[in-house]
Design a protein around this ligand. Structure first.
Ligand code: IMP
Ligand code: MG
Length: 183
């Protein structure tokens, strides 16, 4: 594993496409949250690359914080179990919260997190995910992301924050990982 690019089977979302997604979503969010108390919550660690680029495209006063959750371990399938590893530093009561996620898969993580934040009396909770795997949504999960970068097929993807076994987050694009790496 000397060169991380060699472990990628093919590129799904290029750096240019990521820039375009950040511009488009940033402009949309700027419109939608005018005059609101915007609080951006990134789900660690997968969302950090997306969140830093996206927020630089939002032309509004806003605050940011992170939620550390664990749902995956080092396998490629969701356990459905969500644990809070790092909580928010302050109360979000009265804020319009925008949750930033790297990828929406079964939806269990965000379903748990949005319910938890709603109970803290946020004024509103919206979801912004870079990638969506709509085919993978669990039947009992009722999550509709307001902002989606792009849909991806049901394959294991890495890069731009997304990991396999904590690695590949620093790839500057989104790629499909070679099966040989995790099989
Ligand atoms: P969910 O709770 O099943 O929606 O899982 C969402 C989380 O699973 C994401 O935040 C990712 O950390 C992880 N995940 C799901 N699919 C992938 C993938 O293809 N590559 C990397 N991580 C993934
Ligand atoms: Mg994640």
């Amino acid at each position: 594993m000397a060169n991380i690019h060699e472990d990628v089977e093919r590129i799904l979302v290029t750096e240019d496409e990521l820039r375009e997604i950040n511009r488009r979503l940033g402009a949309q969010i700027t419109e939608d949250f005018k005059g609101k108390k915007l609080f951006i919550v990134g789900i660690l660690k997968g969302s950090i690359y997306f969140m830093t680029d996206l927020t630089r495209n939002i032309d509004l006063p806003l605050e940011i914080d992170f939620l550390g959750v664990s749902s995956y371990g080092s396998s490629t399938r969701s356990s459905g179990q969500v644990r809070i590893l790092k909580d928010l530093d302050k109360s979000i009561e009265g804020y319009d919260v925008l949750l930033i996620e790297d990828i929406l898969d079964t939806g269990r993580t965000l379903s748990y997190v949005s319910e938890m934040l709603m109970n803290r009396k946020a004024n509103s909770i919206s979801i912004c995910t870079l990638l969506d795997k709509p085919e993978r949504r669990a039947p009992d999960v009722n999550i509709v992301p307001k902002y989606v970068g792009c849909d991806v097929p049901n394959e294991f993807v890495v890069g731009y924050g997304l990991d396999y076994d904590q690695k590949y987050r620093n790839l500057p694009y989104i790629g499909v990982l070679k099966r040989a790496i995790y099989e």
